[in-house]
Write a protein that binds this ligand. Structure first.
Ligand SMILES: Nc1ncnc2c1ncn2[C@@H]1O[C@H](COP(=O)(O)OP(=O)(O)OP(=O)(O)O)[C@@H](O)[C@H]1O
Length: 248
């Protein structure tokens, strides 16, 4: 199955993206798409370039070459702020929350990036889904565990009213059951029309929740396919394990 046969309007279109850190050329002509309402995962070994690609799309690091289209506009040279305003929201790797502010203020700050009318209902929905942060809504975020801060970081991305939510390894430091809850919430968002682009090391869990996957091999797309087909594929075995064992 090729990308062309997927349904839905293309929301994000990355074409021939190149990124370098000084003389280290780490992304070599990457092209891929994310469609409206689609949950796409990008998999690849440590250091393959996944975070670099997300950050280049978000305008956080410069692109050496290539084009990024979003909702019909060319955002290749747009500022990080304008990219957020357009509805392309990235949740960075690690627990990047404001620890001196309350949980609820963290959510309000996340939402301040873009105005939305259903903010209260969205925050309530997040509290319902993640009672561990609801219970501490008026406490400083520094009182949350690392895993709860990670949930809060993802929640900040959700309240920003994304058209495309990019999640960079949301599993970091989380118990497996919490990872499943976050990924199934992301899948629910996708079903409601928000596109999701996930970078994740937990291959099995990512493929369980995503619709479509791209496999990154040292800065280039090595393969792609429906998530349901990739799990037990030779492609995954080749990329992660040199073709000998089952995927992690
Ligand atoms: N700021 C930087 N300066 C120089 N090299 C960098 C920088 N950030 C990343 N790299 C290098 O770029 C390559 C791609 O890194 P990147 O973090 O994008 O990979 P990744 O697939 O996200 O890996 P991981 O799963 O470990 O986060 C690696 O070789 C890494 O060492």
């Amino acid at each position: 199955m090729t990308a062309r046969e997927r349904s839905g309007d293309i929301l994000l279109q990355v074409e021939d993206l190149h990124v370098a850190y000084g003389t280290a050329h780490v992304v070599h002509g990457v092209s891929f798409t994310v469609r409206a309402g689609e949950f796409v995962v990008m998999l690849g070994r440590n250091g393959a370039g996944k975070t670099t690609i997300l950050q280049a799309i978000s305008g956080l690091i410069p692109k050496r070459a290539g084009r990024v289209g979003f909702a019909g506009d060319d955002i290749s040279r747009a500022s990080a702020r304008d990219i957020v305003q357009a509805g392309l929201i990235q949740v960075l790797e690690g627990h990047r929350v404001f620890t001196s502010l309350s949980v609820e203020d963290n959510l309000l700050i996340g939402a301040a990036a873009r105005s939305r009318t259903d903010l209260k209902a969205t925050i309530e929905e997040i509290y319902e889904e993640f009672p561990e942060i609801a219970d501490k809504r008026h406490q400083q975020a520094s009182r949350l565990s690392g895993g709860q801060q990670q949930i809060l970081a993802v929640a900040q991305g959700i309240v920003a009213d994304p058209r495309l939510l990019m999640l960079d390894e949301p599993s970091g430091g989380l118990a497996p059951i919490v990872v499943d809850r976050i990924l199934s919430f992301a899948a629910k968002l996708a079903r409601s029309g928000v596109a999701v682009l996930l970078v994740e090391q937990l291959v099995e869990k990512a493929l369980k929740h995503a619709d479509y996957g791209y496999l990154l091999e040292t800065g280039a797309i090595g393969g792609e396919g429906w998530a349901a087909d990739l799990g037990d594929s030779d492609l995954i075995r080749r990329i992660y394990l040199g073709g000998h064992e089952a995927a992690p």
